[in-house]
Write a protein that binds this ligand. Structure first.
Ligand code: UD1
Length: 430
């Protein structure tokens, strides 16, 4: 398995056929962190083989876990994961590594962790994470090189999040499940990945209520049992392929789609003229009539329009004649791919949190650079509409979240190929 280096796409292609949607990155990562809290073997079935998951696996191994893959099932034996230091070389690669702070503290009482890195999509403070852990009793020192934290045992408490944060909510949940006493969390994120983490922790023996409501109640238990869970499908990957169908004005079939988690996105999809038919987890998608601009699309916390699908939608809108407006309300610098699309011939004017897209201008295949995961995927979508060949450099960002974007689009008939860089090590069962 290799990290992508460059992706090449021949534009003006039409797509047809069927693809299966991978397991969710954002559900898998916190579940991997949660597995650390059982001193034994856990298994995550249907886990996506993407570089963020491999990075989290490496971190767990560096803490002493033994891990291996059997097809798409990831086995995590955390019997001896007693180390407490997570160096910056890992945490700098991936923001969600910060979520390990609560899990390592709950299990091993101490944790030294480098500051989190990740995609460049604006300021991404961790104040809410720290506030939650401190409220539950952690002593955290912020040093130049990272965080130095200690906590003999978390104790329950009440936490009000000033801002809804997926990661901070999950952090608090991980700390509270093994805490002494009861914890109440208010103004929590309601994203499905919070719900899935709650389900997983409950399957391990945690006592949690309200994990989908925004107010979560947790009664701490002494220990957690083994985890065994199937990772739910990735709503963002599904949405990305819906965008590909709209960009290429094509009909495709997507299987294993969490349609219920995509309501806000599907509403916008229909407004611009896209059509779909849902049957169980299968979505028949028709993007042929996606020809109407979008008056105003604003990203919101769940169940609103997801910020992770903002850039892929923007790419689609560059191909639709007329004026569309997108307002990004979650992250403060998430229009990076707009500048790359402009190099291809698009007309996108960014002003603060608003992007005005005057769509319908012809796009030309050139070399563009991915600057973040979803922005990189958006460039592939723009490339589908461009004249000639587009080369997307720094495609490693895309490997962080899409397991087989080239193979999937090839299966749909697109002429797309990749050059691969660094090897990702896959650990097999000994
Ligand atoms: C998660 C997702 C990411 C998605 C985002 C929003 C994972 C691994 N990543 O990221 O794909 O785009 O949710 O749906 O699940 N904030 C603070 N202080 C904090 C934490 C967050 O001010 O301590 C702010 C952020 O800067 C941002 C907002 O809160 O403006 C929401 O961020 P958050 O929900 O925490 O996103 P992540 O959990 O990092």
């Amino acid at each position: 398995m290799k990290i992508l280096d460059e992706i090449h796409v021949m534009g003006k292609c039409s797509l047809s056929g069927e693809i299966f949607i991978q397991g969710s990155k954002n559900a898998a990562l916190p579940m991997m962190a949660a597995s650390l809290m059982h001193r034994g073997l856990s298994v995550l079935k249907g886990c996506p083989k993407i570089s963020d998951v491999f990075c989290m696996e490496e971190i767990l191994r560096s803490l002493g876990a033994v891990t291996w893959w059997e097809d798409h099932d990831l086995y995590l034996d955390c019997t001896d994961a007693d180390k407490t230091e997570i160096p910056e070389v890992y945490t700098g690669r991936m923001r969600s590594s910060v979520i390990l702070l609560g899990a390592v503290l709950a299990r091993n009482k101490r944790c030294r962790i480098g500051y989190p890195g990740g995609c460049i999509i604006g300021k991404r403070p961790i104040d809410l994470h720290l506030m939650a852990l401190r409220t539950l009793g952690a002593d955290i020192c912020e040093t130049v090189s990272g965080l130095d934290a200690e906590c003999i045992r978390f104790r329950g408490g009440e936490i009000f999040f000033e801002k809804s944060s997926v990661g901070a909510t999950q952090q608090a949940m991980l700390a509270a499940v093994l805490a002494q006493g009861e914890t109440k969390l208010y103004n929590c994120a309601k994203e499905p990945e919070v719900f899935w983490l709650g389900r997983y922790l409950k399957s391990m023996g945690a006592v949690i209520e309200g994990e989908e409501t925004g107010e979560i109640y947790i009664r701490g238990v002494r220990e957690l049992g083994p985890g065994k869970y199937t990772i739910p499908p990735d709503r963002i990957v599904a949405g990305t392929y819906l965008c590909a169908a709209a960009a290429a004005k094509s009909e495709i079939v997507l299987r294993n789609v969490p349609e219920g988690e995509l309501k806000a996105f599907l509403e916008v999809y229909q407004k611009i003229g896209g059509q779909y038919e849902a049957n169980g987890g299968t979505l028949k998608v028709n993007g042929k009539r996606a020809v109407r601009p979008a008056e105003l699309v604003e990203t919101e916390t769940y169940p609103g329009f997801p910020t992770d699908l903002q850039a892929p939608l923007m790419a689609v809108l560059t191909g639709i004649s007329g004026k569309s407006v997108i307002r990004e309300r979650i992250f403060d610098q998430r229009f990076g791919s707009a500048f790359q699309m402009n190099k291809m011939g698009a007309d996108i004017v960014v002003n603060g949190d608003e992007a005005v897209i005057r769509g319908g201008r012809p796009l030309t295949g050139i070399t563009v650079q991915a600057g973040d995961l979803r922005g990189g995927a958006a460039l592939i979508i723009a490339a589908l509409m461009a004249e000639g060949e587009t080369c997307i450099t720094q495609a490693g960002f895309i490997s962080r979240g899409y397991e087989h974007i080239c193979r999937d689009l090839q299966a749909l008939g697109c002429e797309i190929w990749q050059s691969a860089g660094e090897d990702l090590r896959i650990y097999e069962k000994k």
